[in-house]
Design a protein around this ligand. Sequence first.
Ligand code: FES
Length: 176
Amino acid sequence: AVTESRVTLRVNGTEHRVELEHSATLLEVLREALGLTDSQKGCDDGRCGACTVLLDGRRVNSCLLLAVAQEGREIVTVEGLVAAAHAEDDRHPLRPAAEERDVLQCAYCAPDQHRPAAAAPTAGDSAQPSVVTEIDLPTDAPVRLTADEVRDRLSGHLCRCGAYPSRADTGLDVVV
Ligand code: FES
């Protein structure tokens, strides 16, 4: 039986022709074939969010998806978000905000916690920018989220060192 295929994956705006095992997850291909290691392997079964990427603008756990099925989809990793933010501005507003408030301790879960989409409006929100739009969000049109909205957008995210609850209780208010 055929167990390998050659597919084209579009990641962070670039097409990559990769040969992969049919059983390879998107996370494995991103990390091992493409060297995009900001997406982490935490639980490897959909519980922690450390492997989060955007797939056609929606947050997904890349450890749960077969890479071979993602041909033709738009995949954005943390590396792509950071590059987009740098192209717009020197640093995304979330980065200095997170540094100022000492949000991260070990940083293992940074792909989901520190990623703009985690704290930004999602594609399903009405009257707010979509995740894809948010990547290109002009700095003169900020979207202000309350602490409760930030908590809601981080729900399902597993922080191993437990840094964020104390910060959220200080009334975290993030501008993206
Ligand atoms: Fe994918 Fe934990 S590694 S959700």
